[in-house]
Design a protein around this ligand. Sequence first.
Ligand code: SF4
Length: 173
Amino acid sequence: MYPEYKDGIIKDCKENYSPLMVLIENFLHISTWVLAGWLVWPVQLQGWPVLTIAWAGVVLVVQILLKKHNCSGCYYYGKACHLGWGKLARWIFMQDSGNLKTGMRLSLFYIVSPPLFLAAGILSGILMDLGMRHWVLVGVYVALNLLAFTVRFKGCKVCAMRKVCPGSAVKSG
Ligand code: SF4
């Protein structure tokens, strides 16, 4: 575990989350990423959905880097945190092999991307006159993000890392 985290670990916590919780939270995360790509699919260059392709690359690279820079130094490295990513991190990276500051910067992914894709979805819907199906998808995107935040909040409430994790939705003991 990163030394910076050691004093902030909360003892009154869940050691391993249930597989159902891990499944639900991963499903919600992945659904929002897929839907974000779908919302910008109509923006094409010579028939190529360039924004969707770029987004898929960003998701892949940032998620792998987050496992290195956040999860490898986390209390849950090797354990099932509320996302199960502590276990995933142990399969691919050595413990403490990342850089905390880089991890914190990468965590902006979770804060920046939802409003960005919502704005892109609204703009493309208006400018390209994409019709009702597009607006329904924008609504589903908002609902899934709200649901993902609610579920994450539940997980963070009993997480050992809730005070120190850059992506924690609950910063109190
Ligand atoms: S609690 Fe956060 S930082 Fe720790 S392993 Fe899980 S996702 Fe990664």
